[in-house]
Design a protein around this ligand. Structure first.
Ligand code: HAM
Length: 456
């Protein structure tokens, strides 16, 4: 059997309600902050990422899915959105229409990393980019938005880490300081870190080796060598986070794996997802727009990994997304033709009800079983004595309550569905899951929030 490519995953119908729920919260929060959605192609010319992210980064050096198309152009499946969004911003001169452009996205990304829990080769990010302002308010807003989304998704075990990489000049002089400090310790560093020493010295901070981290413990910290402007902006972000009740830590080792960052960088980690702890990563990138051919324009943004967030929700047992359900399952009794059931289903679907029925000619008992499996709120029996007289029995599935509804006359369907709709919208007591007192509608045992506990 041919299987899905390593590091990629099918999203089966049983997974999708969780994704839809997350996307709904993401849309809600971004809309609350007045960000507008952007979608860009899945692939770009390789140069966009090579130049944007930096040749010496792991993403560009080792992880990109790059191929040459039939016309000889080098293309790359997008490993991240920031460079792609900036390409679109420049190409469509979005900045001439509005001085500050606030964009968000939800999209698949591709990186050829070693797959493990929370790390995939095709994964999905949502994120935001605010292009056109130097204001640290927007840096704080990025942290606030991503934190708010994680909170609304019910996550608790979160750590916000912030750092500043300063202006490019600051960073260059800091790199010299770090090099001086590490020069005579170079031989003791891991092979990876020795390579980084020459190529991209700041990335040494990302080393997973304890021996490297021990050496780095007393290294000079960039946060103590900031220029005045970066220092001032960093202080403002700290004040704004405190005022927004967002707890944070300063992490001088937070250099991030992409080269375009200037000034503020941040990550939000979860203690609930194993080795790959970062749910969110972001920061300011004031030079990227001109680096990709636009006018000098400051910008800031973040991206979050959807698979990791869903894993954290699962591990924290906050994933109470309701399972799929049906409003009505039509049960065909023997003497009625399939055509009649088909017509009735079409009628009810036109009335905006979610309806299904049996296409496999199964017994009434199996149809009932199917209705239960699909979490039908009511079943409607097509057939029997009542049906001959133009009515059908409708049965509520939780309380087993029955009602007789008129559905046809001699000329065909004569169904006023308002009565059924009214019934489905009736409130029928309280949830009773734990101490939950929310109201429950027809066909549900628990409220929307706790419906996942509904016995199968
Ligand atoms: P990043 O830190 O490379 O930043 O990725 C952001 C998030 O994407 C990570 O925190 C993680 O949750 C998720 N992620 C990354 N790689 C994988 C993977 N292989 N499998 C599963 N999840 C993954 C960026 O991409 C920047 N563009 C963020 C940004 C936007 N900075 C400014 N604006």
């Amino acid at each position: 059997m041919i299987k899905a490519v390593t590091g990629t995953k099918d999203l089966l119908p049983s997974d999708n309600p969780r994704w839809k729920y997350l996307e709904k919260i993401v849309d809600q929060v971004f809309t609350n902050f007045n960000y507008k959605e952007i979608r860009t192609p899945l692939f770009e010319e390789t140069e966009i990422f090579a130049r944007g992210i930096g040749e010496d980064t792991d993403v560009v050096g080792k992880e990109m899915y790059t191929f040459t198309d039939r016309s000889g152009t080098s293309l790359t499946l997008k490993p991240e959105m920031t460079a792609a969004v900036v390409r679109a911003y420049n190409e469509h001169s979005l900045g001439t229409q509005q001085p500050l452009v606030k964009l968000y996205y939800i999209s698949p990304m591709f990186r050829q990393e070693r797959p493990q829990a929370g790390r995939f080769r095709q994964f999905h990010q949502f994120g935001a980019e605010a292009i056109g302002s130097k204001s640290p308010l927007l840096d704080a807003e990025m942290i606030q938005m991503s934190y708010e989304i994680l909170k609304r998704l019910g996550l608790k075990n979160l750590t916000v880490k912030i750092n500043s990489l300063g202006l490019p000049e600051t960073r260059e002089s800091y790199k010299k300081l770090l090099k001086d400090y590490l020069k005579d310790k170079k031989e003791k560093l891991s092979e990876d870190s020795r390579k980084r020493f020459d190529k991209n010295i700041l990335r040494i901070f990302d080393s997973k080796f304890e021996s490297d981290q021990k050496i780095l413990k007393d290294a000079p910290k960039i946060i103590e060598h900031l220029d005045e402007e970066s220092k001032k902006d960093f202080e403002i972000v700290k004040v704004l986070l405190t005022k927004s009740n967002i707890p944070f830590e300063i992490d001088p080792a937070l250099v991030r794996g992409l080269d375009y960052y200037t000034k503020l960088t941040f990550e939000i980690d979860s203690g609930s997802v194993g080795a790959q702890t970062a749910l969110v990563g972001g920061g300011r990138y004031d030079l990227l727009i001109e680096n990709l051919g636009g006018k000098p324009t400051p910008a800031t943004g973040f991206a979050a990994g959807i698979e990791r967030i869903l894993l954290a929700r699962k591990n924290e047992h906050v994933d109470l997304t309701r399972t799929q359900y049906l409003d009505v399952y039509l049960i065909r009794l023997d003497e009625v033709t399939e055509k009649e059931v088909f017509q009735l289903a079409s009628f009810l679907r036109n009335e905006k009800l979610t309806v299904d029925f049996d296409y496999l000619n199964r017994s009434v008992k199996s149809q009932m079983r199917e209705a239960n499996k699909m979490n039908a709120r009511v079943t409607l029996f097509v057939g029997g004595e009542n049906y001959k007289n133009g009515s059908a029995i409708v049965k509520e599935m939780i309380l087993s309550e029955e009602r007789l509804l008129r559905i046809k006359d001699q000329t065909g369907i004569d169904f006023d569905s308002t009565e059924l709709q009214k019934w489905l919208n009736e409130e029928r007591g309280t949830c009773g899951y734990g101490t939950c007192q929310r109201t429950v509608k027809t066909g549900f045992r628990y409220c929307k929030e706790h419906d996942l506990q509904r016995p199968k």
